[in-house]
Structure formats: C-alpha cells, structure tokens
Write a protein of this length. Structure first.
Length: 485
C-alpha cells in the first residue's frame, strides 16, 4: 500500500508527510479500541525482571459467583504473601492508555491567511462486554488419592488451594468431587502440566466474603514467583472452548519490549490515513482490521498494539494520549515492584493482543525481554477538510488534491478491513460542488534551477540546441558528398 502512495502529487505528499511526522500532540484523540470491544476476552498483566514474574489476572466473570472457578498451573507452591487481590481499575487505566486509537487533524484553507480551527469534539466508543464463556460444566465425583493439598489460603473473596497431582484423571475427578466445575476434556489438558511437575493454583469464590465486600465484580488476582521460564499458560482456557478467545497482555520490564518466542510477534498496521466516516464506527473498523490481520497470519500470531517507555516524568508516552498516564502507584498495583524504588523506576510497557484457538495454539505462550526500545502505538488518522471559500487558484487545486486524497483513504480502508463502505463514493466526491467548471488543473511539472532563471538560460539552451543541429546537418551533408565521389 505504501508503494501506491508514492506517486501522488507534491501537495498531497507534503500533507501525508506532515500527518506521519506530527508527533508532539499535534493531533486530537477521537476514540479508542479498548478491550471491551472483544467478547470471550481476558486481560493479563505480566511483569518480569530477572527470574521473577508477577501475573495479574482479570476476572471478567458474569453470572452466579458460585459457578466461578479458576485453575492456573504454576511452577512452585506459592506462599500466602505471594498472592494478592487488586482493584479492577488498574486494568482500566492500562487498557485505556495503550488501546489502539483514532486521531484527527485539520487541513488549512490555502485561500485564507488565517485559519480558525473548529471546536474539537471527542468521542469515546463504549460497548458492554459480553459474558465470559463458562469455564466449567458439572460432572460426578471420583477418587482423590493422587492429589495432594500443598497449601490453602483465604485471600479477599477467594478460597485458594495449591495442589500437586500425579495423574490427570485423578486431579480432574478430585476437583469435581470437591465442587469445582471443570470441562470433560480437562484431563488431556492437565496431563502435560502434571508431567512437567507443575503445581495447580485453584480458586473459587467464598460467597460470604464476596457478599460482605459490597462489590459487584470479582477482584483481579495477582501472584508472584521465581522461575527461569517466562511463560503464560493458556491451554487450560481452551479446554472447553468452542471457538476463538481474545486475550490482551500488558507486559512490563525494566529494559525493553516483550515478544513471544514460540509464535510470531507482529505489529498491527499503524499511522494509516482513513476516511472521516470511520469516526462513527471505529469499534467495528478495528475489529474488522484485527480479524483480517489475524486470518492473514493463519490465525496463529501475537499482535503488538503498543510499546513505550512509560517511566514517570520521562516525557511523552503516546501521541495522542487518551488521558493522564498511569502514576507510579498504579504501576506498583499492577505488580511493577520497582516502580516506587528510588532511582530504579525505569519501566517499559508492551501491549500484545492474541486471539487463540485450540488447533492453532498447541503450546502455552513463552516470552522474552528484548533490548528494543522503539516507541510504537496502533493509531489511525482522520484529516478534516478545510472550511471557507475555495475560489482562489490554490483553493481549486486543493479541491482536486482533496478528492485524490480521499480516494486513497477509501483504498486504505478497503485494504485494512477487506470491506467496501457504501459511504465511499459520496465521501470522495463531497467537495466536487465547489470546483469551478472553468478551472483547469495545471499538470505541467514545476520548473526548477537554471531552466527558470528569468528565461536567460532557457534562451541560451535553445540557441545551443539550434547550433548543434546546424552543425550536425552540415556534417551529414559533407559525408554524403564524400560518399558520392
């Protein structure tokens, strides 16, 4: 697509260049594509430094809390001080700040010396997230001798067990017999973790504690541990899946970007100029864009949506920003334990989006910390047309270039989403009514340098050309004369 953009006329190229280089709050935030756009989604915060990992899991559960249960493989038996509950708003801050965004700019009218910018209005896209698919289904009781309770805690509104097991069917039956609802296919998913001698962090809701809390949502759970492997188990979440599931990963390190090592990590298309009608449908636009890229990569890639050094007081952390950046305490709540350390609070934030299916993601996600500090965000650009009169020649030229630019925006929209909008034709030709019937565009390329130096060099060039032609004719005539003798 970028190769198609290259041969545009000079005025349009300059405008596109300005759009892509106008960092520094020159654009205005319009809307964001936050995690609420995606159904069957989960959100996880990963913090990694050395061999220490902190994982915070969001519980976007809808339904009777008595039916909630969670089983997470962990490498060690966790101590009570390694388990916490945190406030839900830490996810809201991170999601809003790093979400793909829509930004708008304004053209200036070439017929006017002064330009009054229209009042900027901001829109926020909201969409109630659909209920999470139930994790478990009822089954009957069986044996429990192959399961050992390594530890048990009551933290917040949760009853927590740390289990070890020697056999997957026995663990499945033990969980069922103790009131945990798990899918029929759980045994085959549990087996690889048991062979790896991992432990199982098992959670269900203490209904009395939950009712006493006064909350209408389940608190996120945060765990920390030391282990050489930097990974995130996702296979248990696919045990009862009938389709795809979306997961947003917010990752933090001291040094640089986090990338997946066993699946490709790819950037989402960014800094693309799109039609103004995307403003009213940004949520569906981004979902279609993501879906197209996901399918193009055979449905088995991890997509980068944001990467930035978010160290407090270290300058701009997005362009444009949707609001104030998270504070040090909010980073600390997210598990960034060094956030409040004096002189040791450098923090790099990576947002990844993965949509996974059982047949496309046969193994858990493993990650690595890279030294890559490149700033990146998924953003899409609207350009509002100039207002006022276009009667001057420059204004008429602007109208021609505006139509060409809008054609390119529509082509970009089609390429990004794979869709054709019914609004496209009217959008491209919206300003044709201001074009004068008598205006003819000057398609003569601009003259530069010696060719345009008050006509003197041009005259000299013509005289030299005529002289050379006369000399050439004379030489040819002499050769013909010699040939006939």
């Amino acid at each position: 697509m970028r190769k198609i953009l290259q041969p545009i006329i000079a005025i349009l190229m300059i405008q596109l260049l300005l759009v892509q280089q106008s960092y520094g709050f020159c654009g205005f935030y319009v809307a964001k594509a936050d995690a609420s756009l995606f159904n069957n989604k989960s959100e996880v915060i990963l913090v990694r430094d050395g061999n220490k990992t902190v994982i915070t899991m969001s519980n976007d559960f809808k339904g009777d809390v008595k039916d909630f249960a969670m089983v997470v493989p962990v490498p060690v038996v966790l101590k009570e001080n390694q388990i916490h509950v945190v406030k839900r708003n830490v996810f809201d801050y991170l999601d809003a700040y790093s979400a793909p965004r829509l930004v708008e700019y304004y053209d200036t009218n070439p017929c006017q010396v002064l330009y009054d910018m229209d009042e900027v209005t901001t829109l926020s896209y909201t969409n109630a997230s659909a209920p999470m698919t139930e994790m478990f289904a009822d089954r009957s009781f069986a044996k429990k001798e192959v399961v050992k309770i390594e530890a048990q805690y009551q933290i917040g509104e949760y009853d927590i067990l740390l289990l070890s097991a020697t056999e997957s069917n026995g663990l499945k039956d033990w969980l069922i017999g103790n009131g945990y609802k798990i899918p029929e296919t759980a045994a085959e998913v549990l087996e690889p973790y048991i062979k790896s001698k991992m432990k199982f962090f098992v959670v269900k809701v203490n209904t009395q504690k939950f009712q006493a809390s006064g909350f209408d949502y389940l608190s996120p759970i945060q765990i920390s541990f030391e282990n050489e492997r930097f990974m995130l188990p996702i296979r248990l979440g696919m045990a009862n899946s009938q389709g795809s599931q979306d997961m947003i990963v917010y990752a933090f390190t001291r040094t640089g970007r986090v990338e997946c090592t066993n699946y490709r990590t790819l950037k989402m298309p960014t800094d693309r100029n799109v039609p103004l009608f995307v403003k009213d449908e940004f949520g569906s636009f981004y979902k279609n864009l993501f879906d197209k890229n996901w399918k193009r990569e055979s449905r088995k890639a991890v997509f980068l949506e944001y990467a930035w050094d978010v160290t407090p007081n270290w300058g701009m952390k997005c362009d444009p920003c949707v609001g104030p950046p998270p504070l040090q305490q909010e980073f600390a709540d997210a598990g960034v334990w060094w956030a409040n350390e004096p002189g040791g609070n450098r923090t790099f934030f990576t947002r990844m989006h993965v949509r996974y299916e059982k047949d496309r993601f046969p193994s858990d996600l493993t990650f690595q910390i890279t030294p890559n500090n490149e700033q990146y965000q998924a953003r899409y650009v609207l350009t509002n047309p100039a207002s006022g009169s276009f009667d001057c020649d420059e204004g008429q030229e602007y109208l021609v270039s505006l139509m060409e630019k809008r054609q390119l925006e529509v082509d970009e929209y089609n390429a990004l989403t794979g869709n054709w909008s019914k609004k496209s034709y009217a959008y491209i030709h919206e300003f044709a009514k201001y074009q004068k019937p008598t205006y003819k565009r000057n398609d003569t390329p601009p003259t530069i340098g010696w060719w345009n130096d008050n006509g003197m060099n041009r005259k000299l060039f013509i005289a030299m050309a005529l002289l050379l032609s006369v000399v050439g004719v004379s030489v040819l005539n002499q050769r013909k004369t010699l040939a006939t003798k």
